[in-house]
Design a protein around this ligand. Structure first.
Ligand code: PLP
Length: 250
């Protein structure tokens, strides 16, 4: 195998994990291309590979295979990996629940946060990114508003209520260190992902009427990427179908 060009020269042809990641990545990329075609779209969504619980060395392998966008959901783990992999040219996406007291840490390495769900978090991130910009000239942080698509509180998977999206959007747009990217959601457990993503598309449309630049729709995981693509996802967050299984998520 001679594909490990660019970043990651260190992986030889005998690296079995590299070969495994390569074939799974290719399979997922093919699914995305097919779903894009089936949806009659010409704009292929961006692939964010979610590496939580998997070692930093796998991110090196993914970068060697051409992956440019990495998703992580816990600050402690993500910040350690970002530090260890500072030489890699990848964009870090924070996709997990975020406490306000972690905003400073996230502002040091994350290019994008997908899980903004309350005004206090907007304020904490705005301050933290602004301070980081003074110190390091980092770019503005791209921010997705995570929306809850649950009607049933019992299967809640996080996110703001739909009624709060407008208020959160205005607050993000007003912060000079933040850029409003769009909306994000996780399909409710046990429900039809297609209906959930259709709902999200409507929320995105309403958001864009007030904020035309906020065109991002972060939706779709290993199990439901086809449905997400069909309903206009611009960013897919794929973990287990590329990395393999991981310990149960909290
Ligand atoms: C873990 C995670 C993913 C990836 O899920 P897979 O089913 O492994 O593809 C996507 N989005 C969020 C918010 C996650 O926490």
């Amino acid at each position: 195998m001679t594909e490990a060009l660019g970043q990651g020269h260190e992986f030889g042809t005998g690296d079995e994990r590299l070969a495994q990641l390569k074939s799974r990545l290719e399979a997922v990329r093919e699914r995305i291309s097919k779903a894009t075609l089936d949806a009659g779209r010409t704009d292929e969504p961006a692939l964010i590979v979610v590496t939580k619980f998997h070692p930093a060395q796998d991110i090196r392998r993914l970068a060697a295979l051409g992956v440019t966008d990495i998703g992580e959901s816990r600050d402690q783990e993500a910040s350690a990996k970002a530090e260890e992999l500072a030489d890699l040219d990848v964009r870090w996406h924070f996709i997990g629940q975020l406490q306000g007291n972690k905003a400073k840490s996230v502002a040091r390495y994350a290019h994008v946060v997908h899980s903004i769900d309350r005004p206090k978090l907007v304020d904490a991130l705005a301050r933290a990114v602004s301070a980081e910009q003074d110190a390091t000239a980092r770019p503005a942080m791209d921010c997705f508003i995570q929306v809850s698509l649950d009607d049933d509180a019992g299967s809640h998977r996080g996110g703001a209520s739909q009624a709060d999206v407008g208020l959160l959007a205005d607050r993000i747009a007003a912060a000079s260190s933040l850029t409003l990217a769009g909306v994000m959601a996780v399909a409710p457990l046990g429900a039809d992902p297609s209906a959930a993503f259709e709902k999200l598309a409507g929320i995105s449309e309403r958001l864009r009427s007030a904020h035309p630049g906020a065109t991002g729709v972060s939706a779709g995981m290993s199990q439901d990427l086809e449905e997400a693509v069909r309903h206009g996802a611009t960013h897919l967050r794929i973990g287990s179908d590329i990395l393999g299984s991981r310990p149960a998520v909290r």
